[in-house]
Write a protein that binds this ligand. Structure first.
Ligand SMILES: Nc1nc2c(c(=O)[nH]1)N[C@H]1C(S)=C(S)[C@@H](COP(=O)(O)O)O[C@H]1N2
Ligand SMILES: [Mo]
Length: 318
């Protein structure tokens, strides 16, 4: 239905229906990847044509998922390490140092270790995932992420049967992150968590790019989580550590305001935030007269994820 995970598309199926994906962008992306030493593979035999250079028409089936213009998603951000507004992260985040970058994987696993980003990316072919993304503040967007399955990465560390939850931690880099330096608002570094089955779900990805390009720093470079059926604050940016745990971790927002930001945070139009309705959302990049969009349960991904919550009363958890 709504998501299209694009897997190993044979060259013949690739069409070029979308204006947002210009060849120029692609060349720029490749150049940027080489500059940062990031290797992004396509998962196809013919790697001369990156998979994200074009999108098959089939992705526009049933629900029309109109991709939000990059200009909107790259200049309206939540990144509290840099600023509490939406406008400043796109400039302030440019000071973040992302090279070299490594990710530590530990906790309840057979093979803990620290992995260089290049090694992670070369072992996990990147694919494009076009997802709706819904912030708890009732705005939303549709983003063509470039990433890979979080579950696949976790499997390489061989989770033990005692691993019931996953904790993800953002980078602590106070000299480039003003709000960390000033100890403002949240307990830094930013922490988020998932239940193990949520983390292993095929829709849950780590993204290294968007719009066929490497991820802009303000959107979470060099590696950020994306969980499309949950409110955006779960999709933690600039991930440096992943721990498998026996007990649920305490996430930053949950600690800050437990009655407003739950651990599950599944998108649900029927469970209002204490200070506003979650019934509808404003699509980023849409015009002033564009009507708000009706918010969908699980952000429209219920068919894929509702079974994870079969035994829970959806009216009472958030
Ligand atoms: N480290 C970190 N990750 C974060 C945040 C943050 O402030 N710090 N904000 C979250 C929130 S509230 C949202 S809505 C999304 C925004 O992602 P975007 O800027 O790419 O749209 O990032 C999430 N991940
Ligand atoms: Mo958010």
């Amino acid at each position: 239905m709504i998501i299209k995970t694009i897997k190993n598309i044979p060259g013949s199926e690739i069409t070029d229906p979308l204006v947002f994906q210009q060849r120029r962008t692609l060349i720029k992306a490749m150049a940027a990847m080489m500059l940062t030493g990031t290797s992004i593979r396509t998962g196809r035999a013919d790697s001369s044509k990156p998979i994200w250079s074009a999108v098959p028409k089939s992705r526009l089936s049933a629900h029309e998922l109109e991709v939000t213009p990059a200009d909107a998603t790259e200049n309206y951000n939540n990144y509290y390490e840099f600023a509490f507004n939406k406008e400043d992260p796109s400039s302030l985040a440019q000071s973040l140092r992302i090279d070299p970058w490594s990710v530590e994987i530990g906790g309840e696993v057979e093979k803990p270790g620290t992995y260089q980003l290049e090694d992670i990316l070369s072992q996990h072919p990147l694919q494009e995932y076009i997802y709706r993304f819904r912030c708890v503040e009732a705005w939303s967007m549709v983003v063509p992420w470039v990433g890979f399955s979080l579950g696949d990465l976790l499997k390489t560390a061989k989770p033990l049967s005692s691993a019931k939850f996953v904790k993800l931690t953002s980078v602590h880099q106070p000299d480039s992150m003003p709000k960390q330096r000033n100890n403002a608002m949240l307990d830094w570094p930013y922490v988020e968590g998932l239940r193990i089955d949520e983390a292993m779900h095929p829709l849950t990805i780590l993204a290294a790019g968007m719009y066929g390009n490497i991820l802009p720093k303000q959107n979470g470079a060099p590696l950020r989580l994306v969980v499309p059926w949950k409110y955006g604050f779960k999709s933690i940016k600039a991930v440096v550590k992943i721990e498998l745990l026996k007990r649920p971790p305490i996430s930053s927002w949950n600690k800050f305001a437990p009655n407003e930001y739950g651990f599950y945070a599944n998108v649900n139009p029927d469970v209002p935030h204490p200070r506003w309705s979650q019934n509808s959302e404003r699509l980023l990049g849409s015009g002033f007269f564009t009507p708000r969009r009706q918010t969908e349960l699980f952000n429209g991904y219920g068919e894929q994820v509702a079974h994870l919550y079969r035994d829970m009363d959806l009216r009472h958890f958030f």
